[in-house]
Ligand binder design. Structure first.
Ligand code: EPZ
Length: 420
């Protein structure tokens, strides 16, 4: 188990470069199953979730060559449709292999996905969607098996917005016979970027209005080359670190259009920033910060659930009481217990609602990483706190942030990684 030892309270300054988005890269690797030709991805982040998706890709028979931040994927020799349990249980996104395997081979048998423990995270929307496309599904509590002689386009209406269910159905519908209309489709920038890649591969997809995607299936997809969009969640994490430590950073590869609500909330709190082309500069603040009435997580373009936890570190430094409402997942406020150990004043009212009152002087202590974003949150808190913090189980953070400690040290942070 690896840990970070952080001596907080340092003023951080400098520049960071945001890599390609985790939640786009890992789906695009699965999308490469849809063709026998090369799919070339640029700006691929060097994170553990990407390595896990590549492990599944090569176990299935595909080849993947990495040259710095570029991946050359070829699924010409893929024969297996049974990803191995040891890997699929490591990450939620393994489920998005189901759509491409079903579309190309008419079969997939896969163990239930793992991933961050932030809520129940069932896969019923995915399975119902495949069945509506004409597949047959068998599910027990260990695995699911889906078969289809021919997938046929259909109207699919999800019960609620779901990022991976939208992506999975898209990945199947592009090779289905006829027209598919997906209603209540998620519209996160990463979903849109996946659509861009699929269209480069020849897929016929149209976003007809918000929450509605139309797909005309075709027989065969081609290879393509694509540069993955920057990771807005990593950018948001660095923004919080800059603002909470009252530092001064330039964050490159920041897309203003993907972050409207973050910018709105930063302005409400009193964080000073300047927007440049593809860059945000968080300025050293002369003022104090104010609480916000409410942060409520929603599907895009709402406030992202993945930044709910990091944002609370900033709210712990703001004067007054802020309300946090987590609407997407029912177990994503537990990290607040760890923040309270550091001196924060947070109160969890129920599994979706909490208050945090500030400003509080955070102090270093021993804390546990619960999930990926909660882990990054504790790093932000430890950098803001006075004294030494020990954060255990930081391998979870490696799933989504490449070289986190090295990049933070380059900004002046006192952070060491110890493996035991
Ligand atoms: C994706 O998870 C992301 N993961 C998550 O990022 C992100 O927090 C989430 O979308 C919301 O933006 C990946 O892209 C790999 P959902 P996903 O399906 O797709 C319920 C991170 O830290 N639901 O949009 O799993 C579900 O329980 C991660 O990078 C069903 O009920 O989320 C949840 O309450 C964590 N049945 C809601 O829908 C289903 O079949 C939204 O989940 C599917 C989902």
């Amino acid at each position: 188990m690896a840990k970070y030892i952080i001596s907080g309270g340092k003023k951080l300054t400098g520049e960071v470069y945001i890599p390609g988005a985790k939640n786009a890269a890992i789906k695009m690797i699965a999308a490469a199953i849809l063709t026998k030709k090369d799919v070339i991805l640029h700006n691929v982040p060097d994170i553990v979730d990407v390595q896990s998706m590549l492990q599944i890709f090569s176990d299935l028979g595909g080849t993947a060559v990495r040259q710095k931040n570029t991946l050359i994927l070829n699924a010409g020799n893929v024969r297996s449709t049974n990803p191995k349990q040891e890997i699929t249980k490591k990450l939620r996104a393994s489920v998005v292999y189901a759509g491409p395997l079903l579309a190309r081979f008419g079969h997939v048998k896969m163990f239930h996905p793992g991933g961050c423990v932030i809520g129940a995270r069932p896969i019923d929307f995915h399975v119902k969607g495949f069945v509506q496309l004409g597949a047959k599904a068998y599910i027990n509590n260990r695995y699911y098996e889906i078969t289809a002689d021919n997938l046929t386009g259909s109207k699919i209406c999800f019960d609620d917005f779901s990022v991976t269910a939208t992506e999975n159905i898209l990945l199947a519908a592009v090779l289905a016979k006829g027209h598919t209309s997906i209603r209540l489709a998620a519209f996160e920038p990463e979903v849109v970027d996946l659509i861009v890649l699929l269209k480069k591969m020849g897929a016929k997809i149209k976003v007809s209005s918000y929450g509605q995607i139309e797909v005309d299936g075709i027989k065969k997809l081609n290879g393509a080359e694509h540069t993955i969009l920057p990771d807005r969640i990593e950018a948001g994490t660095f923004i919080v670190i800059a603002a909470a430590t009252r530092g001064h950073f330039k964050i490159h590869n920041f897309i203003e259009d993907h972050n409207d609500l973050i910018l709105y909330k930063l302005a409400e709190i009193g964080v000073k920033f300047k927007l440049h082309k593809n860059m945000i500069e968080i300025l050293h603040p002369e003022n104090s910060y104010h609480a916000v009435t409410k942060i409520i997580t929603r599907n895009y373009p709402g406030f992202p659930t993945d930044l709910q936890a990091p944002m609370s570190v900033l709210l712990s430094q703001a004067k007054g009481k802020s309300k946090i409402v987590e609407t997407i997942f029912e177990n994503r406020l537990q990290y607040l217990h760890e923040l309270n150990k550091m001196g924060a004043k947070a109160k969890i009212l129920d599994s979706h609602t909490a208050y945090i009152e500030g400003p509080t002087k955070l102090h270093g202590t021993k804390i546990e990483t619960l999930d990926l974003r909660a882990g990054a949150t504790l790093v932000a808190a430890a950098l803001t706190a006075h004294g030494e913090s020990i954060i255990n189980n930081v391998e979870i953070i490696d799933r989504g942030y490449a070289d986190f400690d090295t990049r933070l040290r380059a900004l002046g942070a006192d952070i060491q990684r110890l493996s035991s």
